[in-house]
Design a protein around this ligand. Structure first.
Ligand code: PGA
Length: 256
């Protein structure tokens, strides 16, 4: 089964409103009508509404960088899937390693948030990945299994087409050090095998698995050539329209 390539730009804590509007405008003009590839940008939460307005009518979908799993109640500082859906967001990044490391996200909260997105009609982009010391001590497979299994345990097979997973080795994020295509495919293949073990091969083929960690216009094509790399979660290289659009064009195998 062929899975549609998905490129998501994670802007993290960058760009105030003027820059958000300007860069999104440029992205819409350059790649907003591309059909063969799914594109999303994740700006900071307070600018999600502006981002939805700026990209409306284009093929750019807006993603949140986080969401809480409860729908309402005494949870100061949080927002729900319903708030995001009401704003017109289509996706939410869940369990990014920066959130796991700095904001106490666990594989269990990641599973709850993933389920809440699927229940509320949002596509979750659930992230997993090992640290450098975990890789160097030979624990990559165990770490990935430990992070993926709680997510899969919370899901039902019919959700798999709407689920997006992202493998982001922590040592490759923002470091300029990309995983080799072999290292990436090894983990993507493991994730596919875990999906297959839970839901069978037919369903497992439907989930897209993105790679993230120093993805650039120069390395996107080789990563996408791997059978289980279905797209990319892009940080630094998504911050300017020039670099993000070049990356999208290269993902399509087109010349600018
Ligand atoms: P990077 O970030 O592309 O800057 O390495 C990726 C991410 O954190 O999602």
């Amino acid at each position: 089964m062929s899975r549609k390539t998905f490129i998501c730009g994670n802007w993290k804590l960058n760009h105030l409103s003027g820059e958000t509007e300007r860069v999104l405008d440029q992205i819409v003009k350059a790649v907003g009508n591309i059909k063969g590839i799914e594109i999303s940008i994740a700006p900071v939460a307070p600018l999600l509404g502006l981002a939805v307005q700026t990209t409306s009518g284009s093929n750019i979908g807006i993603s949140a960088q986080n969401v809480f799993h409860e729908q309402k109640g005494a949870f100061t500082g949080e927002w729900s899937v319903k708030h995001l859906a009401e704003l017109g967001c289509k996706y939410a990044i869940i369990g990014h390693s920066e959130r796991r490391a700095m904001f106490g996200e666990t594989s269990e909260t990641v599973a709850q948030k993933t389920l809440s997105c699927l229940d509320g009609g949002l596509v979750p982009i659930a992230c997993v990945g090992e640290t450098l010391s975990q890789r160097e001590s030979g624990f990559t497979q165990e770490v990935i299994k430990g992070q993926i299994q709680p997510i899969l345990a919370a899901l039902e097979a019919q959700s798999l087409a709407n689920l997006v997973l992202a493998y982001e080795p922590v040592w490759a994020i923002g470091t300029g050090k990309t995983a080799t295509t072999t290292q990436a495919e090894e983990v993507h293949n493991l994730i596919r095998a875990l999906l297959t073990a839970c839901f069978g091969a037919v369903e497992a083929e439907k989930t897209r698995i993105l790679y993230g960690g120093s993805v650039k216009p120069q390395n996107i094509a080789e990563l996408l050539a791997e059978p289980n790399v279905d797209g990319a979660l892009v940080g630094g290289a998504s911050l300017t329209a020039e670099s993000f659009c070049q990356l999208v064009q290269n993902a399509q195998g087109l010349e600018l």
